[in-house]
Design a binder for this molecule. Structure first.
Ligand code: ZN
Length: 413
């Protein structure tokens, strides 16, 4: 009798579990594996290590993307100009990508980077450091505010045109699964560059000896083949949303690093030797030469502070690459534009995204209109005092921040 009751309970539990699984599956509707015939550029591209639309490798441009994260300030601005002061083989100035967060950002300097042709992308308002309690399991509303409010502030205080802000990098590379991509898509973001990969690099050797090679940027129309190393993998379909995978570098110990800052060496050579920095970058760049898959150098300015050899090493590497006629240092936005309309190297000069921008366009943020707005506690940040420099207008009454981009609402202790 007792066994009978137990069996019945077990049956009911199993039934309940089945119903739950069926319901969840139905609600989530996982994206199917990619079907190349149903996924063609400009708006769809399967996650793959093959070069786009079958252009032979020898005819491909080899793209290098240089990106910097966090606040743009008077402390890092000149460094950026120094790194970016070089030209691509077509004679145009190189373009870099800046993933900008709000706190301490000088919006007049962001405007100047944009005026010089660099890409301004989004890296959240708050950049809160509590990954576990803040970013992980964040609601769609939470993601939306972090994305949209930062777009609004870059537009209001830095006069960056909305249509130029297309990219997103999530703080700490904590990819937020379906919820994050849902919010990005609704916010008008065109690509995400937050998702590191180790297995799809030009250097990682699988246990059976195969090397997959690097993934090219792809869209989330179909299920991604990319493994998730940080955060949560999206499973649903987000048509037309591009992912620019962050291909891990291999550091001087042979260990992966998603951002250059995280690369280590056994000795302190990355602090004392410019050549060690150059060699690290060269080795990783050369690993991708045979397929000309895009090479990303993702780093923070803070890595270069206190160690001048790092700047020297980086510049040596950029000089070294300039000997390759197929190498173009481009913004992530340019790379995505090329993915949508891939052309061989010899046709790059006719591609809309690769025209030389006006060398010295007039500024829409003249210095006589700049305002440096001071704010003191109570503030929504840990600093007791902060300045926000902006292009024009009267200083907002309170410090502009998440859910308060116009600074109309006071803060309480
Ligand atoms: Zn950051």
């Amino acid at each position: 009798m007792e066994t009978g009751t137990q069996s019945l309970s077990l049956l009911l539990v199993l039934l309940a579990m089945t119903v739950t699984v069926v319901l969840t599956t139905k609600l989530q509707e996982d994206a199917p594996p990619c079907q190349p015939a149903k996924c063609t550029v400009p708006d769809c591209h399967c996650s793959s290590t093959d070069s786009p639309t079958g252009i032979p490798v020898k005819d491909l441009p080899h793209f290098v993307v240089l990106s910097f994260d966090d606040a743009v300030t008077i402390t890092n601005f000149d460094f950026y100009l120094g790194i970016g002061d070089r030209k691509n083989p077509n004679g145009c100035k190189v373009q870099m990508s800046f993933f900008v967060s709000h706190e301490n950002t000088d919006y007049t300097l962001v405007n100047e980077l944009h005026r010089r042709g660099h890409e301004i992308a989004i890296h959240s308002v708050t950049h809160k450091s509590d990954v576990q309690n803040y970013w992980r399991n964040m609601s769609k509303e939470g993601w939306t505010a972090e994305v949209v409010d930062q777009i609004d502030m870059l537009n209001m205080y830095g006069k960056i045109p909305r249509e130029d802000m297309q990219g997103w990098r999530t703080p700490f590379l904590e990819v937020g699964g379906n919820t994050m991509y849902d919010a990005l898509q609704d916010a008008g973001i065109k690509y995400d560059c937050s998702w590191p990969t180790l297995h799809y690099t030009p250097w990682f050797v699988e246990s059976d000896g195969t090397i997959n090679g690097a993934l090219w940027p792809y869209t989330l129309d179909f299920f991604s083949i990319q493994e998730q190393t940080v955060g949560t993998k999206p499973t649903q379909s987000f048509p037309g949303m591009w992912v620019a995978p962050m291909t891990d570098l291999q550091d001087n110990r042979g260990i992966e690093c998603s951002m250059l800052d995280a690369c280590q060496s056994d000795e302190d050579e990355l602090e004392t030797s410019a050549d060690a920095v150059t060699q690290l970058l060269k080795r990783n760049f050369k690993a991708g030469l045979s397929k000309r898959s895009p090479f990303g150098i993702y780093v923070h300015h803070s890595w270069f502070v206190d160690y001048p050899v790092r700047t020297e090493g980086m510049k040596q590497f950029l000089d070294y690459m300039s000997a390759y006629p197929e190498v173009y240092i481009v913004s992530m936005r340019q790379l995505i534009a090329w993915m949508k309309d891939p052309v061989p190297l010899d046709q790059l000069k006719d591609h809309e995204a690769f025209q030389c921008p006006d060398k010295n366009p007039p500024t829409n943020c003249p210095s006589e209109n700049h305002k440096n707005c001071p704010y003191t506690a109570p503030l929504p940040i840990s600093q007791a005092e902060v300045y926000m420099k902006m292009c024009v207008g009267t200083c907002p009454t309170y410090y502009p921040y998440l859910n308060n981009v116009e600074g109309k609402d006071p803060y309480t202790k």
